[in-house]
Write a protein that binds this ligand. Structure first.
Ligand SMILES: C[S@@+](CC[C@H](N)C(=O)[O-])C[C@H]1O[C@@H](n2cnc3c(N)ncnc32)[C@H](O)[C@@H]1O
Length: 203
């Protein structure tokens, strides 16, 4: 095992994190109800809910009342689990490249008794599934080229009239991502802005 912090196995977006697992339970507090989840080392936001994620969960528009929903880059699953709790009649896909994140999200969904969540690696999502809504705190740190590939892969899978809500740190390039998405034919507007975070709406 390497201890080099720049080695790919040390990143939260590694497929198999090398750091030893140390799960930690936290409470997710939202105006529409609180719930507990486990977080883990080697998975984004160990021991806390990320401030950007919380911003998205507080400010994102109402979810549709039916259809398939996607949490792109689910980590421990806090976004997917919130979607599933808010919309028991929808089916939620929680997708991540990190196998430890997928196990965690799956355990968290089971512990909460949420049967409308499927946790999957990107290539496991059937190609005929399209999404009424995508919510994501995307992995900006993977670099522009991979992030753009991710957007090109998933945004065309929105249903007609569907939308993606992305939370991005201003200092990590939210404005240039907004411009790039619009140039790619996905009109993107800023829904909200607070404490350095931007909430983008992509259509
Ligand atoms: C910023 S974290 C957000 C995690 C979680 N949604 C949250 O809000 O706490 C981004 C997540 O995207 C995942 N990720 C990185 N590259 C990905 C890819 N190509 N496809 C899907 N997920 C990816 C990372 O492993 C990481 O869990």
């Amino acid at each position: 095992m390497t201890s080099d912090p720049d080695h790919p196995s040390q990143h939260y977006f590694s497929e198999e994190p090398a750091v030893e697992s140390a799960r930690k339970r936290i409470e997710v507090t939202l105006p529409d109800g609180s719930f507990e989840i486990e977080t883990d080392t080697g998975v984004f936001s160990h021991g806390r809910v990320d401030a950007g994620t919380k911003f998205l969960l507080l400010e994102a528009p109402e979810l549709p009342t039916s259809g398939e929903l996607l949490d792109l880059g689910c980590g421990a699953g806090v976004i997917a689990l919130t979607m599933a709790r808010r919309r028991p009649e929808c089916h939620v896909w929680a997708v991540d490249v990190n196998a430890r994140a997928r196990r965690l999200a799956s355990d968290n969904a089971a512990a909460l008794g949420l049967r409308n969540v499927t946790v999957a690696a990107p290539e496991e999502v059937p190609s005929d599934v399209s999404f009424a809504t995508i919510w994501s705190n995307p992995p900006i740190k993977v670099g522009k080229s991979e992030l753009h590939d991710m957007m090109r892969r998933w945004l065309p899978r929105l249903t007609p009239g569907g939308e993606a809500i992305l939370v991005v740190n201003k200092n990590l390039g939210s404005d240039s991502l907004q411009r790039w998405l619009s140039e790619q034919g996905h009109p993107t507007s800023r829904l909200a802005s607070r404490q350095g975070f931007r909430l983008l709406r992509v259509t």
